[in-house]
Structures are given as structure tokens and as C-alpha cells.
Design a protein around this ligand. Structure first.
Ligand SMILES: [Zn+2]
Length: 303
């Protein structure tokens, strides 16, 4: 039973839009790529966990705080007697461990994920104790990518590699899951403690004037280049979309990027660019948004 689902992080949505509309520094592009890859791994892991028998409580994507330290849990599984925090890694390629350090095959050191998980478990245990729960924690690092290999000198039972994921699931499915009210209460409490962090302070600087205008293809995120009647076509991937849904997506994108900008026919015409007819834009906005009449400064809002 999924208590909290995983949503695409707002930071990825915003960086994707900025990446298409302006020049991002190498650092920002790399940050965006890492986030995207991590999220793809988490989604794959969610699909894999659909094989878990009914009765388990599943909480995806928790950001918690204990003693002013925040920690993230990709997935938390609650069974009858134990709690399993899972950290999902989408690493690809060859990695090796030397002492306490993890390296990629090109000798680049990466944050030791075992240390990250240890830290998370210490904080989670303390938080649970404060809430009055004493279930044992059994943490795992899930390496979901089949193209990942780790050269290890010793066996660490908390690491689960792609080739072991089915067996691991079988092991979990053999656990008792007669959950009671207390388990459900714990799940609810943790979800209520989930913190939402604003991505805005961590985005590159951007300004409306500096962004390229147009409607982005929902599949490949290049700009729609052709319009035939009320259908937009992407030359890059062949995707097509109705003007109405494309304009509505673009309005959402604009308001996510610029909270303060008033949605007007003129602004949306400029933002969407490829849809030349003001009449069409006005009709779409009028259909889905509320018009706040104020002479020349009339604008549309959600309600
Ligand atoms: Zn496309």
C-alpha cells in the first residue's frame, strides 16, 4: 500500500525548462543530469517494488529533519517487525572501493553511499525513538542499474545489486505483514513530517527577457516548430500535441518559473510564440482560467 507516491521534483521540472530556454553552465547541466538520472533510478525501483506483497506500507521520497539535520529517504518500507529504509542508486559503469572511499573507473571519487545511508539511519532511529517507536531498522542500498559493477573486497549485506533485486524481493515477501493501527499511525506521522524544500534558491539566475520563447515538446523538450490547424508538431521527435493542451502546459511552466508574472493574453502570446492568434490564446485562457477584470491590467488566475 503506497502511503506517499513519488512526484517528479520541481527542481528537475524547472531545470529542464531553463535548459531548453537558456544557456546553462556546465555545472548546472551536470547537476541537472545527475538529478534526472537519480529520479529515473527511483522510478525504476518503484516499478520493481510493485512486486512487493500487499500489506506493506510504502512511503516514497521523504525529507525529514532531526536536530536541525535534514536527511532524505528514497523509499521507506514498513513491515510488521521491521522498518527498511532504502536508498536507490542509479550508478552506471565500474566503481571500486578502496578503504572507505568509492571511486569511478576514471579515479573520480564519489560520496560514499554507505556513509550517507549510515547517517540517515542514525537520524531516523533518533527521530523514531522521539516519536515512541522502537522497531529495528534494516537499511539497504539498491543499485538499480544493470550496467553497474562494483569491485568489492568484502561482502556488505546491505548492498543489493541489480542481479539480486528479485531474490531480495522474495526475501521481503516472506516477512510477516500483519500491520496494525500503530504501523499506520507511524506512516502518517512520517508523511506529515515530510519537508518541502524550495528549489528556487538553488537555481541558476534567470530573467524573463533572457529566456527563449516558444512551446516545448512534452517528449523531447525541443521547441515545437510546426503548427497545422490546431495541432503542433515536433520536427525533432515527431510528437504532436493539440494547441490547447500545449498552451496550458506552457502557462503552467511560465507560472512555475515566474510566480509574480500576471497571466495575460499578451504575455502568453509572447511566451508561446508559435501560436500567433491572440484570439486562440484568449479563448483557451478564458476556458480554463478566471478573468480578473481590471481594465488594461486585467489578468487570468486559477480561481
Ligand atoms: Zn519532440
Amino acid at each position: 500500500m503506497i502511503i506517499k507516491a513519488r512526484l517528479e521534483p520541481l527542481k528537475i521540472i524547472l531545470l529542464r525548462s531553463l535548459n531548453a530556454r537558456m544557456h546553462l553552465s556546465n555545472k548546472d547541466v551536470s547537476n541537472y543530469t545527475i538529478l534526472k538520472k537519480g529520479f529515473e533510478g527511483e522510478l525504476k525501483s518503484d516499478v520493481w517494488l510493485e512486486g512487493l506483497s500487499e500489506g506493506w506500507l510504502i512511503i516514497h521520497d521523504l525529507l525529514l529533519e532531526y536536530n536541525n539535520s535534514t536527511f532524505q529517504i528514497d523509499t521507506l518500507l514498513i513491515s510488521q517487525d521491521k522498518i527498511y529504509p532504502l536508498d536507490v542508486k542509479n550508478f552506471e559503469g565500474d566503481y571500486y572501493v578502496e578503504g572507505d572511499k568509492w571511486y569511478t573507473s576514471v579515479k573520480k571519487d564519489v560520496k560514499n553511499p554507505v556513509h550517507q545511508l549510515d547517517r540517515c539511519v542514525i537520524l531516523l532511529r533518533a527521530l523514531l525513538r522521539d516519536l515512541g517507536y522502537y522497531y529495528p531498522l534494516e537499511p539497504y542500498l539498491i543499485f538499480i542499474n544493470p550496467e553497474f559493477h562494483l569491485y568489492l573486497t568484502s561482502i556488505n549485506p546491505s548492498l543489493v545489486f541489480h542481479s539480486q533485486t528479485n531474490r531480495f524481493l522474495k526475501k521481503l515477501n516472506a516477512m510477516p505483514v500483519n500491520l496494525n493501527k500503530k504501523h499506520h499511525k507511524l506512516a502518517e506521522q512520517l508523511v506529515a513530517l515530510h519537508k518541502v524544500e524550495s528549489p528556487y534558491p538553488h537555481l541558476p539566475d534567470y530573467h524573463y527577457e533572457g529566456l527563449e520563447k516558444g512551446i516545448l515538446c512534452p517528449k523531447c523538450y525541443s521547441f515545437f516548430s510546426d503548427i497545422h490547424g490546431s495541432t503542433l508538431m515536433c520536427r525533432h521527435c515527431g510528437c504532436t500535441e493539440g494547441v490547447e493542451s500545449a498552451v496550458l502546459r506552457s502557462v503552467t511552466e511560465l507560472t512555475l518559473l515566474f510566480h509574480d508574472r500576471k497571466v495575460t493574453t499578451k504575455v502568453i502570446c509572447e511566451w508561446c510564440k508559435i501560436v500567433k492568434s491572440e484570439k486562440t490564446i484568449r479563448r483557451i485562457l478564458g476556458k480554463y482560467y478566471k478573468l480578473n477584470r481590471n481594465g488594461r491590467s486585467s489578468y487570468y488566475s486559477q480561481s
